[in-house]
Design a protein around this ligand. Structure first.
Ligand SMILES: NC(=O)c1ccc[n+]([C@@H]2O[C@H](COP(=O)([O-])OP(=O)(O)OC[C@H]3O[C@@H](n4cnc5c(N)ncnc54)[C@H](OP(=O)(O)O)[C@@H]3O)[C@@H](O)[C@H]2O)c1
Length: 302
């Protein structure tokens, strides 16, 4: 099974192709030089030339705020690119695993969102991802759309690394405390993508739209505070994080106030094949931070 993976310079695609493949599976790593989602008309020929047996598409235009003013590119990459990928997969009779986002929801809910809940994205990024989902759904029966949330990794551009950079320079920060979600490391998403691929390889058809995040929930303020609680063991100091409201930190794109995802359909889809590995967001964060910040010193390892 030759598995083409896009977005290999990104957090999720990078984590996936760094994994060793099980017997009978190989990666075809495809950066934008091989598969350019902003050039949808080039995609069918690119897929034919690389001849995969399955495609995983974590690549996306992920600059949520910039997307508001660069909508043409966001929609080309997040809607038209996946639409072309799905058509190419349909022509070859192969499945597509499309990665999507909690930002397809408007955040007015008060219990974890299920895959079947109505979508109503608030900004251009969320809308482009939602329309990409719709294009995949309507073009290719053999698809999985995996929505995830608040992604971070030890390297890359993400909230956790921003906090580490800013917290190293400042003693006090102000962080939004009225948006709730679930931080999820790219490594854990890669594990789940690999599990779905192994299921396909074993003839277990996982299809449809599913959610995957770590367990639990927090706010950006709670996440920043947890970053510094762990970083203190490495740094010997801990910046203070003051909670502020979304209204105090205006951004070009509106974000959902609540985007916790209900993961139960994925558990059901993979039941009988493999348990979905899921850790609490706090445990996942501590592990990534310890790897990122290096060994604890004698003075700080308390
Ligand atoms: N980050 C989050 O907090 C978050 C939350 C929920 C869902 N998601 C979803 O999770 C998936 C993975 O996100 P991530 O955080 O791993 O993304 P990321 O780190 O921002 O990486 C994005 C990847 O997409 C590639 N890409 C961008 N434009 C492309 C194009 N025109 N053609 C081909 N490749 C292109 C980038 O390649 P270059 O290096 O060449 O630009 C990069 O490898 C995305 O689908 C995203 O929508 C992310």
């Amino acid at each position: 099974m030759q598995v083409l993976v896009t977005g290999i310079t990104g957090q999720v695609g990078g984590a996936l192709v760094a994994r060793s493949t099980p017997d009978g599976m190989n990666w075809i790593p495809a950066g934008r030089d091989r598969v350019d989602l902003s050039a949808p008309r080039s995609i069918a020929a690119a897929i034919d030339a690389l001849a995969p047996d399955a495609v995983v598409n974590p690549a996306a235009y992920t600059a949520v705020d910039v997307a508001e003013t660069d909508q043409e590119t966001a929609f080309r990459v997040n809607r038209d690119g996946p639409a072309a990928l799905a058509a190419a997969c349909a022509a070859r009779g192969i499945p597509l695993l499309q990665v999507s986002t909690d930002y397809v929801f408007d955040g007015t809910g008060s219990r974890p969102y299920r895959p079947s809940d109505p979508v109503a994205p608030l900004g251009a990024y969320g809308t482009s991802k939602q329309e990409g989902e719709e294009a995949v759904r309507s073009t290719l029966a053999d698809h999985v759309i995996l929505r995830t949330a608040w992604v971070y990794a030890a390297t890359g551009k993400n909230f956790v690394n921003t906090m580490l950079r800013v917290g190293a320079e400042r003693d006090e920060l102000r962080v939004v405390a009225d948006q709730r979600g679930t931080p999820t490391p790219a490594e854990d998403i890669a594990t789940v993508l690999l599990t779905v691929l192994k299921a396909w390889q074993a003839g277990v058809a996982v299809r449809g739209t599913h959610h995957f995040t770590c367990s639990g929930e927090t706010t950006w303020h709670g996440l920043a505070d947890a970053v510094f609680r762990r970083a203190e063991r490495h740094w010997g100091r801990r910046p203070i994080v003051h909670p502020i409201g979304t209204a105090d930190y205006p951004t070009p794109a509106a974000r959902p106030a609540y985007s916790v995802l209900d993961n139960s359909t994925l558990d059901a889809a993979l039941a009988g094949f493999s348990a979905v590995p899921r850790q609490s967001w706090e445990a996942a964060l501590d592990a990534v931070l310890d790897a990122r910040l290096g060994p604890l010193t004698e003075n700080t390892a308390r």
